[in-house]
Design a binder for this molecule. Sequence first.
Ligand SMILES: NC(=O)c1ccc[n+]([C@@H]2O[C@H](COP(=O)([O-])OP(=O)(O)OC[C@H]3O[C@@H](n4cnc5c(N)ncnc54)[C@H](OP(=O)(O)O)[C@@H]3O)[C@@H](O)[C@H]2O)c1
Length: 232
Amino acid sequence: MTAGPDGPARRTALITGANRGIGRAVAAELHRRGTDVVLTARSAEDARAAAAELGTRWQALDTTDPESAERAAAAAGPVDLLICNAGVLLDARTDPLSVPLDLVEQTLRVNLLGTWRVIQAFVPAMVRRGRGQVLVLSSGTTAEFGGRLFAGAPGYSLSKSALNGLTTLLAGHTEGTGVRVDAVNPGRVRTRMMPGQQQLPEEAARFIADLADLPAGGPSGRFFAEQRRPTS
Ligand SMILES: NC(=O)c1ccc[n+]([C@@H]2O[C@H](COP(=O)([O-])OP(=O)(O)OC[C@H]3O[C@@H](n4cnc5c(N)ncnc54)[C@H](OP(=O)(O)O)[C@@H]3O)[C@@H](O)[C@H]2O)c1
């Protein structure tokens, strides 16, 4: 938490991949709601430009680069809410029998390992402080925690399923520490990743921002979907 101009502490949220799309809309929504936002992007110039437009703080953070993640963690100061949003969809319209595996490898490097790296950079400090919240951007392609994965973007579906697994691992590992870790499917959102969709990033951002105040003591490791908002 940071002291605001009038004294009371404000939550600090750091969002990855926030120069465009859902991440940028979440940064704008949380800023509008009074959160101290650290907008991050893999390009420092993109982060600086987006933050200047929104009026937030910014840091460069390429989730595939260990030094970049460590630098961002050192520079950002204490973070109460970490939104792991950065992601890629590289293998749309392929199938598991023919998808080029280098695309799967690149996808896993960003979506799974990049997210994991950022979590390793920020969450230990949350555990030491005894409070914090992590939201991991998952997807409907994972069939949540069971069922049949979407085969038309196999590397992407697997990477997001792995993030669901990582979410449950971390939720178990951080139980009782005051830190909660959950996954969220924002629904289909019109961004550069999914240009043909109806839902605007601002709508998804309101849903994600609503999840930013889940009670620290509540059950962690949940999967929230845009169509099924939490009742408590
Ligand atoms: N749109 C949907 O319908 C939908 C549905 C379910 C889940 N999601 C998830 O929601 C998240 C945001 O998606 P979006 O639709 O907003 O996609 P988007 O418009 O393509 O934005 C993706 C963001 O991730 C960033 N990024 C990619 N690689 C990065 C890296 N190595 N380090 C830091 N940032 C990196 C991009 O930065 P650059 O500008 O530098 O490339 C960009 O800011 C993703 O995790 C996606 O899988 C989206």
